[in-house]
Design a protein around this ligand. Structure first.
Ligand code: PBG
Length: 325
């Protein structure tokens, strides 16, 4: 008997063999493209820490969504940067707010596009927190929930196909579900940012939205990066509150959380390949230290292999171009 008898390399010998035994495959169908929307006309302003991604004025989002649709991307998620911010984030539920208007533009331009809206007030509050602030600087939970209800309803009324609460207040999925149902939007699914960690990888996003907290940090509501079991409890709560899709965020540093949720719960799972994950690859590629396309596709494949059925990513358009070749 000659050693070794089993040779894994036998199935790696040619591109065709490798193609046959490949276990995971990315598809354009999985991609969700985040779009930042601002007021104004004809504005396309690049986000410096996320080169290749822009803040678009409302009049331009229809065309951008059309371009994404032409690449086969099925969904976009919208983030709004309002003209004015205040303590209660009132621009968030303004029926003529920046996101509400963008939803109408996109649905008119590309009716088939699934338009998801981020439901959270941090982009709209002057203090930059995701909840209302109490007298001692504490983030109020129950007092904030009605704002998310109003915000989600105004998005749905504008024509949004799905809402995605990202605030991490307790009980908000059930609250938003009730608010939608009461207003006749019982067919609008909720994608819950269930296991959302207090992460350094959100840095470029906060630059894009100017939403860095004015004081303190988000650790009293976003999760401790050390905790996996807590992420499972958060996912379970959101499922019990009737979330339709569960999300883990960020993605790459939390592949174990993605896998654990996928193994336990029989529910569509999304992962958010966040701004900092994008910025790392962009920066290293610019320095000539990494092969951009290769690392982009490897990252997305890894997120899918870990168990994500859907991936929110700033690479969506570029990845779609690679997948379409
Ligand atoms: C909060 C929100 C954040 C992101 C999406 N929704 C930022 C935060 O919690 O500070 C981050 C996304 C990214 O970094 O790409 N509304």
């Amino acid at each position: 008997m000659q050693f070794p008898q089993y040779r894994p390399r036998r199935l790696r010998a040619t591109p065709t063999l490798r193609r046959m035994v490949r276990e995971s495959r990315l598809s354009v169908d999985m991609l969700i493209y985040p779009i930042f929307v601002i007021h104004g006309k004809g504005v396309k302003s690049e986000i410096s820490s996320m080169p290749g991604n822009y803040r678009w004025s409302v009049d331009l989002v229809g065309a951008e969504a059309k371009e994404a649709a032409a690449l086969g991307i099925p969904a976009v998620i919208l983030f709004g940067i309002p003209e004015t911010k205040d303590a209660v984030g009132s621009a968030a539920y303004d029926n003529d707010g920046v996101v509400q208007r963008a939803v109408r533009e996109i649905k008119a331009a590309v009716p088939d596009m699934v338009v998801i809206t981020d439901v959270c007030i941090d982009e709209y509050t002057d203090h930059g927190h995701c909840g209302l602030v109490g007298p001692h600087g504490e983030i109020l939970n129950d007092e904030t929930l009605s704002l998310f209800g109003r915000m989600a309803v105004s998005h749905a009324a504008a024509g949004a196909d799905m809402v995605a609460p990202s605030d991490m207040m307790d009980g908000r999925i059930g609250f938003v579900r009730n608010a939608l149902d009461e207003q006749g939007f019982s067919n609008i699914p909720i994608m819950a940012y269930s296991a959302k960690y207090a992460s350094g990888f959100y840095g470029p996003f906060r630059e894009a939205c100017d939403s860095e907290p004015a004081f303190g940090d988000r650790r009293s509501y976003q999760m401790d990066p050390a905790n996996l079991n807590e992420g499972l409890r958060e996912a379970l709560l959101d499922i019990q509150e009737n979330a339709d899709i569960i999300m883990v965020k960020p993605a790459l540093p939390y592949l174990d959380v993605i896998r654990a949720i996928k193994d336990r719960f029989n529910i569509p799972l999304a992962a958010y390949n966040v701004s900092g994950e994008y910025a790392m690859i962009e920066a290293a590629a610019r320095l000539g230290w990494l092969d951009r396309e290769r690392c982009m596709m490897e990252s997305l494949l890894a997120i899918h292999r870990a168990g994500a059925d859907m991936i929110l990513t700033y690479f969506a358009k570029d990845a779609a171009k690679v997948l379409n070749r």
